[in-house]
Design a protein around this ligand. Structure first.
Ligand SMILES: C[S@@+](CC[C@H](N)C(=O)[O-])C[C@H]1O[C@@H](n2cnc3c(N)ncnc32)[C@H](O)[C@@H]1O
Length: 272
C-alpha cells in the first residue's frame, strides 16, 4: 500500500524468479549498513540545515524511499537515525513482512510504510522525495536507467544514495573482468559512474567503496553458512547445486581479486 493509501498491484513473478530471488536475496543481510548510513547522514545534515536557513522546508518528516529494501537492514537504520518517513519498497512481499516485524520490534513502525512495487514502475509523484536510498538494488534495473528514471521523484536538491558494483582499478585480471561483465555488463570504474550521475543531472557529494570485510564477513560468509540448509530445502536438486556452485565460484574469485572490485557508494544531489 502506498503512503496515501492507494493499493498498488505487485508485479507478477514466475516461479523461477522467486526461486532465484530467494537464493540470492534471502541470505543477504546488508553489506555495511552503519558506514553507509553515516555517509548519508553526513550528506543530509548540512543539506537540511541549508533548507531550514533558506526557509524552504519546514516539515520535519523527510520523505525518503528505500528502493529494493529487502528485509530492511538499511530501512531500520535510516528510520532510527534520520527524522524521516521512509517508504520501503520491494517486489517481494515476504521480505516486507519480515521488515514490518523488525520495525515493530524496534519501535520504528510509525516511521516506515512498506510498498510492494517494482522499481521499474514506482508510484511516486514528481518532486516529492527528499532522498532515495538504494543499496545493492539498482543493478536490477541498471544503474544508468535507475538514476535517470528515479531523478524526477526527487525534489530539487534531493539526495540519491546508491550502491553499485564498481571496478577499483584500471587493469584487471581477465577472469575477473569476464565474470563480472557477464554478470553485470554495467560494471565500470567510479569515474565512469560519477560521470553518468553528472550527465543525468546530479551533483556528486560523496563516494566511498565498501571495504573487503563487508563482502566476506557480512555477505559471503553468512551466505556460505546457509548453503547446506538451502540444498536441503530444495532436496539437493540439480538447480540448487548449480546455484551453490556458482556462488562458491564467485566467492573464490572475490578472495583472489578483492583489490580490483567492490561496491561503490555514490551520494549525489539532484540539481535544481
Ligand atoms: C541484494 S538485495 C538488497 C536488499 C537491501 N537493500 C539491503 O541492502 O539489504 C536486492 C533487493 O532488490 C529487490 N528487487 C529486485 N528486483 C526488484 C524490482 N524490479 N523491484 C523491486 N525490488 C526488486 C529484491 O527482492 C531484493 O530484496
Amino acid at each position: 500500500m502506498r503512503p496515501d493509501g492507494v493499493v498498488v498491484d505487485a508485479p507478477a513473478l514466475d516461479q523461477d524468479d522467486r526461486f532465484l530471488q530467494r537464493v540470492e536475496d534471502l541470505p543477504v543481510e546488508q553489506l555495511v549498513p552503519q558506514l553507509a548510513v553515516e555517509a548519508l547522514i553526513v550528506a543530509v545534515l548540512p543539506w537540511r540545515a541549508r533548507l531550514d536557513v533558506e526557509g524552504l522546508h519546514t516539515d520535519p518528516t523527510e520523505p525518503v524511499a528505500d528502493i529494493g529494501c529487502g528485509t530492511g537492514a538499511s530501512t531500520l537504520l535510516l528510520a532510527g537515525r534520520l527524522d524521516a518517513h521512509i517508504t520501503a519498497i520491494d517486489f517481494l512481499s515476504e521480505f516486507l513482512d519480515i521488515l514490518t516485524e523488525k520495525a515493530n520490534e524496534a519501535g520504528l513502525a510509525q516511521q516506515i510504510e512498506t510498498l510492494v512495487a517494482s522499481m521499474e514502475n514506482l508510484p511516486f509523484a514528481d518532486a516529492t522525495l527528499d532522498a532515495i536510498w538504494a543499496e545493492g538494488a539498482i543493478y536490477n534495473v541498471g544503474f544508468v536507467r535507475g538514476i535517470n528514471d528515479w531523478k524526477r521523484f526527487l525534489k530539487p536538491r534531493g539526495l540519491l544514495a546508491v550502491s553499485e558494483l564498481t571496478w577499483l582499478t584500471n587493469d584487471r585480471p581477465d577472469e575477473l573482468q569476464q565474470h563480472w561483465e557477464n554478470e553485470y555488463p554495467e560494471v565500470a570504474n567510479a569515474s565512469t559512474k560519477m560521470g553518468q550521475l553528472e550527465e543525468a543531472g546530479y551533483k556528486m557529494l560523496g563516494y566511498f567503496r565498501l571495504p573487503q570485510e563487508c563482502w566476506l564477513d557480512n555477505y559471503y560468509r553468512p551466505m556460505q553458512n546457509r548453503f547446506a540448509a538451502f540444498l536441503e530445502l530444495y532436496s539437493n536438486s540439480h538447480e540448487a547445486q548449480e546455484i551453490v556452485r556458482a556462488e562458491q565460484a564467485e566467492i573464490d574469485l572475490y578472495q583472489r581479486y578483492w583489490d580490483h572490485v567492490s561496491c561503490g557508494f555514490y551520494i549525489a544531489e539532484r540539481l535544481p
